[in-house]
Design a binder for this molecule. Structure first.
Ligand code: TYD
Ligand code: MG
Length: 485
């Protein structure tokens, strides 16, 4: 077979070169050249099935959206009811977080046709492909895979028979195997370990990852086989690979959490066939990832005594309320520029909150080192986290705890005002269910939504400004046990 020519294409201006160079000679962008195959291959995904003659909208064929449930309720929920035939899904996450564990469980679920409540496996369900599930493992040896499967109890029973493994890193051979066996699902673990012979770059390089993904996309679209690519992402979200794949795949799922801890959050940051708002919550146990029975409280660390620097936030992820604990620690900075260490929240948002706290609420942290995080290692990007974060910060600075049983939610504006958040009622009902007694919320409801005075046993305290909320939310000095002098 003739070796297809490859070019180094600038990702910024699109010009191509024969050799790699650090800087694009045309537009001057640094590090933008990516090795790309230029020989025309039949069946490139973009052109598959696209009509040469324009077709009126009303005559376009409906796609087959019968979903294939993976058999894990929380996973199916995030997918939007299951895997769509012919879709390409990227499952990303830090190394060691549990991607292989999760996808192996899903592979077993698909292979054995486990039905779940969330699964929308049409009436009767599609016939299981004779090939079951094909699991291409480039990262681990079959021995390691076998150990994991045994640990998860999947080696005996139907899954042990219907999940087929190939230890293979050659993209062409994986695609060939899939075309030959026609599995119900192909798993590639991981996209960074597979490579094409004809590209010179090592496995995991941007060119390899992109081209491999294009091949798997082609396979998915032409054969209708859903393909899940596993990809490693480091904490800063970069590393050649997943980032460059985001626009190629149909859905991007991310598994996050603290590696030391057991809780994992699965979320979709992109989903062409469903919402990107739903999250799934899992706990890593001795025998794999278990679904968490009560996700709303999963991330609440239980402290016997309220400690300064901690506040509980009532957040909403899609339709699911999650209560999380924001933790803050502030200390007098010793020298130079004060440190700001933020994890789980948006860094710039915290910077803004620090400014508002200083100017509008009398909580000056300009000369303090500030550490803020969300307990459990999850990331929450929601304006409603503003108020609880401010409470935690003020609580730490003043060394006054937020009383037990208090929950807060609300966006903080630049003027120090509290702004309404969506789904207030749902957040409050969940907080009440979990036994919280008091909630600080923005006084203004969103678009006509009335702020309730009380939700069951939960007393609701509406506040207009951040200053007011801090006064309500921190235990006053007088009420404390005699402070050490
Ligand atoms: P793994 O799925 O290999 O992570 P990834 O594919 O994202 O790199 O899981 C890695 C960790 O999970 C490993 O430290 C061991 C732990 N683990 C359990 O705690 N229980 C289990 O049942 C399994 C299979 C793994
Ligand atoms: Mg793995």
């Amino acid at each position: 077979m003739a070796r297809p020519a490859s070019r180094f294409v600038c990702q910024s201006c699109g010009d191509s070169f024969l050799r790699w160079e650090g800087q694009c000679r045309t537009c001057g962008t640094w590090n933008s050249l990516v090795e790309t195959i230029v020989s025309e291959r039949p069946g490139r995904p973009a052109s598959v099935g696209s009509p040469a003659t324009p077709v009126p909208l009303r005559d376009l064929a409906e796609p087959d959206l019968t979903r294939l449930a993976v058999g894990i309720g929380e996973f199916d929920r995030v997918l939007g009811g299951g895997l769509v035939p012919g879709s390409l899904v990227l499952l990303g996450g830090e190394p060691g977080i549990g991607k292989s564990t999760l996808i192996l469980a899903a592979a077993a679920g698909v292979a054995t046709g486990t039905r779940t409540k969330a699964g929308g496996r049409g009436r009767g369900g599609p016939e299981l492909a004779p090939g079951g599930v094909l699991y291409a493992s480039g990262e681990e040896s079959v021995g390691q895979l076998r150990l994991r499967a045994r640990r998860m109890g999947l080696t005996d029973g139907p899954a042990g028979e219907r999940v087929r493994v190939i230890a293979e890193t050659d993209v062409e051979r994986i695609v060939e195997a899939a075309r030959a066996t026609r599995p119900a699902l192909l798993v590639v673990d991981s996209i960074q370990t597979v490579a094409l012979d004809e590209l010179s770059g090592p496995a995991g390089s941007v060119g390899q990852v992109r081209e491999a993904a294009a091949r798997f996309l082609d396979l998915a679209k032409t054969e209708g086989i859903p393909v899940v690519l596993v990809g490693h992402v480091t904490k800063d979200g970069t590393l050649a690979g997943p980032k460059t794949l985001e626009h190629v795949v149909d859905a991007v799922l991310t598994l996050e959490g603290e590696r030391g801890g057991s809780l994992r959050l699965l979320r979709a940051s992109k989903n062409r066939f469903g919402s990107t708002e739903e999250v799934g919550v899992f706990a890593m146990g001795e025998d794999g990832l278990r679904e968490v029975a009560d996700p709303a409280r999963a991330f609440l660390a239980l402290q016997a005594e309220p400690a300064p620097g901690s506040a509980v936030a009532a957040t909403l992820e899609g339709s699911r309320p999650l209560l999380v604990e924001v933790q803050a620690l502030v200390t007098q900075a010793t020298f130079g520029t004060p440190r700001r260490t933020v994890s789980g929240l948006d860094f710039n948002r915290v910077a803004l909150l620090l400014a508002v706290l200083g100017r509008r609420a009398g909580v000056g942290l300009g000369s303090h080192d500030v550490y803020v995080s969300i307990a459990g290692g999850v990331t929450i990007d929601e304006p409603a986290l503003d108020l609880p974060a401010c409470l935690a910060l003020a609580s730490s600075l003043r060394d006054r705890p937020v009383p037990a049983g208090l929950v807060a939610t609300g966006e903080v504006g630049l003027l120090g005002e509290l702004r309404a958040v969506g789904g207030l009622e749902r957040r409050l009902r969940e907080a009440e269910r979990l036994g919280f007694l008091r909630a600080i919320v923005p006084a203004a409801g969103r678009s006509g939504e009335k702020v309730p005075v009380r939700v069951g046993a939960l007393e609701v305290v509406p506040c207009t400004t951040l200053r007011e909320a801090l006064a309500v939310g921190l235990i006053p000095r007088e009420a404390e046990s005699p402070a050490p002098s």
